[in-house]
Ligand binder design. Structure first.
Ligand code: ADP
Ligand code: ZN
Length: 713
């Protein structure tokens, strides 16, 4: 199978022009019948990696997914793109299951989503054996590992896939990156020398901000008012606080709903439904909310409390901006939250307590950081971001820094000379030349850097160490008594003289002050949301409502933004918009193009690039459509569509040369029997192809013009 097939399918079904980094390589590996392990952050585009092979290779792809609600959602999403998909799980009745099984067996679907229970069940085995399967995709593959946080016992029974389907490639996908889980997945599934793909966990479209957790309500009200009509989630620690916050916001004129596990099922489902459908844009929730939803246009996330570790935090903010459009995240930090967690963790003693406390500490360090926050996040996931990100509060409002190379060199060389065998406090004691017993016992007073940092107080050293840790110059081995370790970056400082910038301690307090002032200051000029975007958004909502589907399933925010910017008014231009595939063009294209035309006309804006005017000028000069097409190096269909637009716009152009009055009335007559919005294709079919598309286009222009004139009185 050639990768160009994959690219064509990406355009046809999803309307995207190119693959994201790594998607191509993954698909190629699967085409080559290799097993693969894929680690990508939420929203990174994992699904496409098996969906494209599924639609391009002969046979059916079986997708194992533990989240039943997500399964239904994904299947609906695929169907809306014209892909044949079904699912099998316990939510279906016996008859429905039978029906889907038949479809599967007869190869009438490209993808079958199944729950792990179903996959391993005895009754399903004969069916699996008899069907031509091109690929097994194991989604949320971390569930296979008992090390992970959502271990599913059925997942560990899936060894049989590789044993019994030797020639079918298996791809395991997850957003959880840690190494133990990774190894476990390969082992449990008995993957055959899998290719491992680790995508960047960077989500540059998410802005990062941390603010002190004072006057949170005021700050939230202001934050939301600066982002009218946007969808967002506020995560709270307790069930009660979700309810309280929602009612406070509502009484402040910001309608908000709450969501937590203690609510009756029906009520919870309703809130989720309203959120997905853009009817309840703001939800105050516990972290359970958002797990099984893939609403792509969540525009912001607020953490009312500090998350318990960086993994959770990253997963939760990851629910924003999955469409790739800019989204904002805000975390409130108060030391009180740390104390609550610490209390909770130490009371509930278990062998995991130490690890959990250490992870909490990293979360605290993130919140207290004075260096680019994205660097911290990515370093945490073992990615070394070399540049500051420019999209976090620290980058936007940088604390004052100085050349801290010498300080860093002293610290790192002490780590080196102490053979990476001591924890942070002892390290600082050595640097400060302390006379502690342990130092003398271990002979550390003899190392060269002993006392080299005497001039800096202990608390300042702690802070600098934190900065070095956050920038990836040192690491802490939580599993080895929290010893401080060197990293490849530290070697650059020690041996290549890499410059290190540190932040003056005194500025921490100043920064909090300015932040407070900034928060208090009048909200900045509201970002004017483009009027056309808003019009299209309303249209999207109406279309979604009529069809009973979520708005983002019609088109994503990113797609609407691109439409608002490029103002496509022909099928050709429309299909160039990212996210407009064949099926969606067919289903929705006309509505959106009509709306754009209307808008453009009302505003007296000339069409983009005035391609219409250019055609118009040539028509006025007496050129035929064929001439113009040749002259402008466009195809005739495009010029016909220009002619139609010009005519509808009320320009003086004669269409009777190209479509006879008789043909126009035939088409108008046919419209009585067809459903609105009228589609070129259905009219064409109505006449059994006897009237050409171009003629139909012009006849429709005539109809639209007449309708407009009538409406205008
Ligand atoms: P994941 O499963 O990794 O969380 P998804 O597969 O749901 O992510 O993809 C996230 C979003 O990115 C979806 O809206 C998807 O349509 C979009 N997407 C995926 N691949 C591409 C691509 N090559 N070009 C543009 N958008 C893409
Ligand atoms: Zn940054």
């Amino acid at each position: 199978m050639d990768i160009s097939n994959a690219r064509a399918a990406l355009k046809k079904y999803f309307g995207y022009d190119r693959f994201r980094p790594m998607q191509t390589e993954i698909i190629q590996a699967l085409y080559d019948q290799k097993d693969a392990l894929v680690l990508m952050p939420t929203g990174g585009g994992k699904s496409i990696c098996y969906q494209i092979p599924a639609v391009t290779m002969p046979g059916v792809c079986v997708v194992v997914s533990p989240l039943i609600s997500l399964m239904k959602d994904q299947v609906e999403g695929l169907r809306s793109n014209g892909i044949r998909a079904s699912f099998l799980n316990s939510s279906l009745g016996a008859a429905e299951q039978r029906e889907v099984e038949d479809e599967f067996f007869n190869g009438l679907v490209d993808l079958l989503y199944v729950s792990p229970e179903k996959l391993v069940s005895q009754s399903f085995q004969p069916l699996l054996k008899r069907t031509k399967i091109n690929l097994f995709a194991i989604d949320e593959a971390h569930c296979i590992s008992s090390w992970g946080h959502d271990f599913r016992p059925e997942y560990s029974k899936m060894k049989f896939l590789k044993r019994e389907f030797k020639d079918v490639p298996v791809v395991a996908l997850t957003a959880t990156a840690d190494k133990i889980t990774r190894r476990d997945i390969v082992k449990q599934l008995e993957l055959d020398e899998p290719e491992v793909f680790v995508a960047s966990f960077d989500r540059p479209n998410l802005s990062l901000e941390v603010r002190p957790g004072q006057k949170r309500l005021e700050q939230i009200v202001q934050f939301i008012k600066q982002r009218p009509k946007q969808s967002g989630i506020i995560y709270c620690l307790s069930r009660r606080s979700t309810e309280e916050l929602a009612s406070k916001l509502t009484s402040r004129g910001i309608p908000a709903e709450h969501y937590h596990a203690g609510m009756p099922d029906a009520e919870r489902a309703q809130v989720q439904e309203d959120f997905i459908n853009d009817n309840a844009p703001i939800i105050c929730a516990t972290v359970a909310f958002g797990m099984g939803i893939d609403k792509s246009n969540v525009r912001w996330i607020i953490h009312y409390n500090l998350p318990k570790n960086i993994e959770s935090y990253y997963q939760e903010i990851g629910r924003a901006g999955r469409d790739g459009v800019k989204a904002d995240t805000l975390l409130f930090y108060s030391y009180g939250d740390i104390l609550i967690y610490q209390d909770f963790l130490t009371k509930k003693e278990s062998d995991q307590t130490e690890v959990k406390l250490a992870k909490l500490d990293r979360m605290r360090q993130y919140a207290e950081s004075l260096v680019c926050r994205r660097r911290i996040l990515l370093n945490y996931f073992s990615e070394n971001l070399q540049e500051n990100c420019g999209n976090c509060d620290i980058c936007k409002n940088p604390p004052k820094s100085f050349d801290g190379t010498v300080i860093a060199q002293k610290a790192l060389s002490a780590v080196y000379r102490l053979r990476q065998s001591v924890g942070m406090n002892l390290l600082i004691d050595v640097l400060r030349g302390s006379g502690k017993r342990e130092i003398y016992d271990r002979g550390f007073q003899h190392i060269k850097t002993y006392g080299a940092g005497r001039d800096i107080p202990f608390s300042e050293w702690q802070n600098y160490m934190l900065q070095l840790l956050n920038m990836g110059y040192i690491e802490i081995a939580h599993d080895q008594k929290n010893q401080v370790k060197l990293t490849p970056a530290s070697e650059r400082v020690l041996f290549e003289n890499e410059k290190v910038e540190l932040v003056k301690i005194a500025t921490v307090k100043e920064r909090l002050e300015t932040e407070k002032k900034r928060a208090k200051a009048k909200p900045k000029r509201q970002r004017v949301r483009d009027e056309l975007f808003e019009t299209l958004r309303q249209l999207r909502k109406r279309l979604a409502q009529e069809r009973g589907i979520p708005p983002y399933r019609v088109f994503s925010d990113a797609t609407l933004e691109e439409m608002a910017a490029n103002k496509p008014v022909t099928d050709e231009q429309m299909s160039q918009i990212s996210g407009v595939g064949d099926r969606k063009l067919h289903l929705f294209g006309d509505y959106f193009m009509d709306s754009i035309r209307e808008f453009v006309k009302g505003k007296g804006i000339s069409y983009k690039g005035s391609t219409y005017d250019e055609t118009h000028d040539l028509i006025k000069e007496g050129f035929t459509i064929a001439d113009i097409a040749q002259k402008r190096n466009l195809n005739e269909t495009t010029i016909f569509s220009h002619l139609a637009v010009l005519y509808e716009r009320g320009e003086e152009v004669d269409i009777s040369t190209y479509v006879s009055p008789d043909e126009v009335s035939q088409v108008l007559n046919a419209l009585k029997y067809l459903e609105e919005p009228f589609k070129l294709k259905s009219i064409h079919e109505y006449f059994d192809g006897q009237i050409s598309y171009n003629k139909i286009r012009l006849a429709l222009a005539h109809y639209n013009k007449a309708k407009q004139d009538m409406e205008a009185g």
